[in-house]
Design a protein around this ligand. Structure first.
Ligand code: ADP
Ligand code: MG
Ligand code: ZN
Length: 502
């Protein structure tokens, strides 16, 4: 403020002198030198590096976290302990010292901890379990002490009366004691427990520890005792509505082309975490940049989904013959997928990405948590259809179906262990491996026969369309469905194809 005032007066004086006809050039030069020095001095008003960083971070609010309504609500409720500390104290309620966020990576646990700090107007410090683990005994414990000390100092400096310490990957230090050969972990954990036990309501600043892990089952029971991490909040993968919500948040302010259907993208991204959705939106924007476009289109999102799912396109260059075979194989998957659940093929792509040479992307109807026997069998049919299409078309199979077989076996195992097979209800733990194997093989053999018969009528028509898939590299679901409807399944020669669109 003083600086602005002085600057204003300075300028006024200079103008005044100029009006009087005084030569102001030397003055201007002096002013420039003084200004530069001033700026340099200002830069050096140092705050210790690590601490400053924490405060420079963008403050996250709960509104920026999508699709975690339950977790958010539970967390906010828990945080009211902090917000209304006086009332808690008056009633003599034991304060909440630790909250454990559990769930897969990338679901927003770190975001939640940051939002918690904003919500409670606390300072925020973060550390990761792996940072405490060192070669030298005692270092981890020392770092834990440091962390709590820094939290107190920072709160004081910022004039806040609470601090949130976030410890990511708590399982690295918090696994059951005595399990590792390394004494170091135990000491670190003990120190953390000591710090937490020492905290009390009367203490200012009040410190709340929020920890995150994907393996709550691994944690030392001592961590979960009352007065420590006695509140657990599950942060799961988002469902479709959640994904849509996250996509809306992530694309806010980004130039989306007309016709971009976030709902459709949410449907297609079953199993994606928030972090994967973030990567997807970022990828789509990069594709737009590469293509010199101003807006992000639906196709760019589609390609970005492929990339996030399957990895970057690899430099591998399969031969023409291999490409044709891959196309036949993928069409096998696509045909059965479409016969089982019409409208579910999103697109078929022949482009080496990650480990795959090609793939069919399906649109899940909706997120599923339960499967019937029939649905599991259908999935086995889809998985087996790739190699069976090759067999019907070429008379032999290739090595390209390894992954499909693994998937099919896994599904068959699920049928058996869930008591949906011929042998009825089983106790998974006491089921002899040989019995399980025999039943899995029986299921696969049966489904193989069924799938082959479903595919047979299409075997002749596949060739021409496979050629088109190879030429275009990627074929959308609608074009595929048009072709599928045009195929005569009465064993007659396949009709001529409509000309391929460019
Ligand atoms: P975690 O700590 O569970 O591994 P993070 O909070 O570190 O996950 O998430 C990483 C990034 O992914 C975030 O910075 C954000 O961009 C995005 N993200 C994850 N989950 C969500 C969500 N629920 N809503 C919005 N963005 C999310
Ligand atoms: Mg994280
Ligand atoms: Zn396959």
């Amino acid at each position: 403020m003083i600086r602005e005032a002085l600057l204003g007066i300075g300028i006024a004086v200079v103008i005044f002198l100029a009006v009087l006809g005084v030569n102001i050039l030397p003055l201007l030069f002096l002013a420039a030198v003084a200004g530069t020095l001033w700026l340099l001095m200002d830069r050096r008003q140092v705050v210790p590096a690590g601490i400053r960083d924490n405060q420079m971070q963008h403050r996250v609010s709960f509104d920026e976290i999508g699709g975690q309504e339950t977790a958010k609500r539970e967390l906010m409720e828990a945080l009211d302990f902090l917000r209304y500390r006086d009332r808690i104290k008056a009633l003599g309620i034991r304060p909440l010292k630790g909250i454990l966020l559990t769930g897969p990576p990338g679901t927003g646990k770190t975001l939640m901890a940051k939002a918690a700090a904003t919500y409670t107007d606390s300072v925020f410090l973060a550390a990761s379990g792996s940072e405490f683990v060192e070669m030298y005994v005692g270092v981890g414990a020392q770092r834990v002490r440091d962390l709590f000390r820094r939290a107190r100092a920072l709160a004081k400096r910022e004039n806040k009366d609470s601090a949130i310490i976030f410890i990511d990957e708590i399982d690295v230090v918090g696994a059951r004691r005595g399990q590792h050969s390394h004494q170091e972990y135990d000491q670190t954990l003990n120190q953390l427990l000591t710090e937490m036990d020492g905290m009390s309501t009367t203490q200012s600043p009040f410190i709340l520890v929020i920890a995150a892990t994907n393996r709550p089952d691994m944690l030392d029971p001592a961590l979960l005792r009352p007065g420590r991490f006695d509140r657990q909040i599950r942060v799961d993968l988002p469902d479709k509505e959640g994904r849509l919500h996250i996509l809306r948040i992530l694309t806010k302010g980004k130039p989306l082309a007309e016709g971009v259907d976030l709902e459709h993208i949410a449907r297609e991204t079953y199993g994606f975490s928030g972090a994967q959705l973030e990567a997807l939106v970022n990828e789509a924007a990069i594709i737009a940049l590469r293509q010199g476009e101003q807006e992000i289109t639906q196709t760019m999102f589609r390609d970005a989904v492929d990339k996030v799912l399957m990895g970057e396109r690899t430099g591998r260059k399969p031969t023409e013959e291999e490409l044709q075979r891959v196309a036949v194989h993928e069409l096998g998957h696509a045909i059965i997928s479409e016969l089982m659940r019409p409208g579910t093929v999103s697109h078929i792509t022949i482009a080496p990405r990650g480990k795959a040479l090609g793939f069919v992307r399906q649109i899940p109807e909706h997120d599923r948590y339960l499967y019937t026997l029939e649905q599991l069998q259908q999935q086995i049919n889809v998985a087996l259809a790739g190699c069976l299409a090759e067999e019907l078309h070429y008379g032999n199979r290739s090595t390209g179906a390894q992954n499909d077989f693994m998937q099919a076996s896994q599904l068959a195992r699920t049928i058996v262990t869930c008591g949906l097979s011929r042998i009825g209800i089983v106790d998974e733990e006491h089921l002899p491996e040989s019995v399980l194997d025999a039943e899995v093989r029986h299921i696969l053999a049966e489904q193989e026969k069924i799938t082959r018969e479903l595919l047979r009528p299409y075997a002749r028509a596949i060739e021409a369309f496979a050629q088109r898939v190879v030429e275009q590299e990627s074929i959308g679901g609608d074009e595929f469905r048009r072709w599928l409807r045009s195929v005569r399944t009465d064993g007659q020669a396949a009709p001529a194809l409509e000309p391929a669109c460019p």
